[in-house]
Design a protein around this ligand. Structure first.
Ligand SMILES: Nc1ncnc2c1ncn2[C@@H]1O[C@H](COP(=O)(O)OP(=O)(O)O)[C@@H](O)[C@H]1O
Ligand code: SF4
Ligand SMILES: [Mg+2]
Length: 336
């Protein structure tokens, strides 16, 4: 059986921000439940896609997994070892196996270093290598990510977006990554280059047995690469299952609107529903709105169609993520 590489249990990350002027004077703080009780696992050689609009908590999940941001509560288990509260010194050897491809193309690339030095630094951060070994490993890395040798003497600023992305991936491999959090790795790239990056990640997975958490707001890209998909809305997973099922048989009203508006551009009703949601500040936690049972209820067409049933809006009956069979889970009182 394939081994589980990452397991996340009941992960919570709350940010605390000063409230309005008067509440700040009273010492009150707003709570942003950026990640609110999220659980999932990823197996070796597997890609989990995480989708949802800006602000729903995707990057925060990625950052907590790699301990770049401390969790509020929950458990993170990597390669059968709990890492949630490990001290930096204990975590350091594990970190090289867990790397993040940041949304910002330049994030991992020092602009003052040539590509050769960036890769050399990554290769030698945990290992002592001879010059010949470094040259050999760099050649191998370039081949893996399809980058020309001539680029080694360039500075990051001299590369195209796609080339920078390749260097970022090579850098993660050089450090020794087995598990990658790829945070919107294609969002800053032209459409033709996006497909190249997705194919590169797929090839690397096949050849090296890597596992990915692939984060994107773009469902089409997520479907291309993910074995399973989790859909997030305001800090919670609202639907999770195999990629094909989430795409073809979505059961949560939110997922359904997302997919149908993409798949059937002609479907005016769902496109309009999506436009309405976006207009209303979709995906952004609304502090002024009173707490509701289901976080999606203020925007849910099924809730409206059913005459606003109180079970959806009552704070005492928030929907739970329920198993509906076939490895499919949905958080809704009236699944489609
Ligand atoms: N350092 C921070 N301090 C306070 N709030 C934050 C911080 N980082 C993110 N947030 C808030 O947490 C929520 C989730 O953000 P994020 O994880 O970046 O979402 P996504 O990646 O899905 O766009 C947002 O409401 C964002 O404003
Ligand atoms: S629980 Fe109710 S409001 Fe929430 S998604 Fe389902 S139908 Fe819509
Ligand atoms: Mg993000």
């Amino acid at each position: 059986m394939t081994k589980t590489i990452l397991e996340v249990e009941n992960l919570k990350k709350y940010y605390f921000q000063p409230g309005g002027m008067f509440s700040s004077l009273r010492g009150e703080k707003r709570i942003i439940p950026a990640v609110d009780d999220v659980s999932f696992y990823i197996k070796e050689n597997e890609t989990m896609g995480l989708v949802g609009e800006t602000g729903c908590g995707k990057t925060t999940i990625g950052r907590t997994l790699l301990k770049l941001t401390p969790v509020t509560s929950g458990r993170i288990i990597f390669n059968e070892k709990e890492i949630t509260w490990l001290k930096e010194r204990e975590f350091r050897p594990i970190r090289r196996e867990m790397q993040m491809i940041f949304q910002d193309l330049d994030a991992a690339l020092n602009p003052k270093m040539r590509i050769q030095s960036i890769l050399k630094e990554a290769l030698t951060v945990h290992r002592r290598l001879s010059d010949a070994e470094i040259d050999h490993d760099i050649s191998e890395l370039l081949e893996k990510v399809n980058l020309k040798k001539g680029k080694l003497s360039n500075f990051p600023g001299e590369l195209s977006g796609g080339e920078k992305r390749r260097v970022g991936i090579a850098r993660a491999l050089a450090v020794g990554a087995r598990f990658l959090v790829a945070d919107e790795p294609t969002s800053a790239l032209d459409v033709s280059i996006q497909a190249q990056v997705v194919n590169l990640l797929k090839d690397l997975q096949k050849n090296l047995g890597l596992s990915y958490l692939f984060i994107s707001h773009d469902l089409r890209i997520v479907e291309l690469i993910s074995h399973k998909v989790a859909v997030m809305y305001l800090g919670q997973i609202v639907e999770m299952g195999l990629g094909g099922r989430i795409a073809n048989e979505p059961r949560h009203p939110y997922t359904s609107i997302l997919w149908s508006s993409l798949v059937e551009k002609k479907n005016k009703e769902s496109t309009k529903a999506l436009a309405d949601i976006q207009k209303e500040g979709w995906g952004v936690f609304d502090f002024e709105r009173p707490h509701t049972g289901c976080r999606f209820s203020p925007r849910c067409p099924v809730y409206e169609a059913n005459g606003r049933p109180s079970i959806c809006s009552d704070p005492s009956t928030p929907p739970q993520l329920q198993d509906i069979g076939n490895a499919h889970k949905v958080r809704c009182h009236f699944p489609l």
